[in-house]
Design a protein around this ligand. Sequence first.
Ligand code: ARG
Length: 405
Amino acid sequence: MTVFNNNKVVLAYSGGLDTSVIIAWLKEKYGLETIAVLVDAGRARGLEELRQKALAIGAAEAIVVDAREEFAHDFVLPALMANALYEEKYPLVSALSRPLISKVLVDVAHKSGAGSVAHGCTAKGNDQVRFDLGIRALDPELKILAPAREWGMTREEALSYAATREIPVALTKGAPYSIDENLWGRAIECGPLEDPWEAPPDDAFSVTVSPYEAPDEGAGMEIEFAGGEPVAAGGKVLPTVDLIGEIDRVAGAHGFGRVDMVENRLVGIKSREIYEAPGALALILAHRELEDMVLPRELSHFKRLAEQKFTDMAYNGGWFDPLMDALRAFMEETQARVTGTVRLEFFRGACRVSGRKSPYSLYDFGLATYGGGDAFSHSAAKGFCNLYGLPLEVWAKKRTLDSGH
Ligand code: ARG
């Protein structure tokens, strides 16, 4: 029998099958009293109902934490500043919320005096790594329980466990997916999606229409940034949470924002993943475009290397690693002049940039033009080429001496 500091455990509860069963299981197996915590990181529905359900199953306490603002400011915006796309495609939807939820769990544990925290992740995913590492980084003294990793129940077994204990389970016949969603997008797995050749059925999506059903008329949208943060969309100045919602709405209505990929998980598995994240993908596209206009070359090129490291660290559960603090500081430092406007055009599943402007633009018409008013020094270019190509020329002159020829 495991030894606990006390009999209280704080559970990251989603209201789904596994975390519902966990409340009962922790009580039966370890005699633990559960404090169920529902974290709202955006797109949450029926929270009060789910809270009541946790109590009905036997949780000692059930609380809802509205963490949308914190999620937007401390997790989503840093990821946007880093243009974070794992394997160039996935905007880290779940990877960003796990460290947030870890933080909430640890806070609740400290306030309630609980000695352990629990999550519902299985052994096969990245999320277990993100929770385990996040919690250990924030408080190494807390004991971490991951019942779904321990019990080895199949979905059928979990269902019958729930049935024998009268744990209500939402009927999932029509929707065989495992879905995780928050402000930054939705991740959809399982069911027919496990066959990488099978096209994702339309019922997997809820914020984007099929590009085939998108209107014939496209839509333009201007996104304004100040210091790297998006502040307005389509002429509306909105707080970050609402701004993302507004872009989701417009982009999604034009069928933009679906991702279908085979992804390398940290635990060694390749998995087929479907995401829909119209707002996130449009914002990253616009933000990167603005950076291309205002960041000087060396900074821009180096930033891409740092972005990749940032993204991999976040994906792999390293959000609270000291390297991430340093990378976040670097990203922040690069954003001072990322101020300006990008025009996006949505049309039938696509999103294109059609214009950009900034008071900090480094685009200089006089230097760039091929027409009249050219201010570029053509004579300096000749000398530049001479010296820049010098080592290559010296090397080429020795080619005749190459061995064997
Ligand atoms: N593969 C994605 C990731 O690792 C999505 C995970 C979704 N999580 C879930 N519990 N359904 O971030």
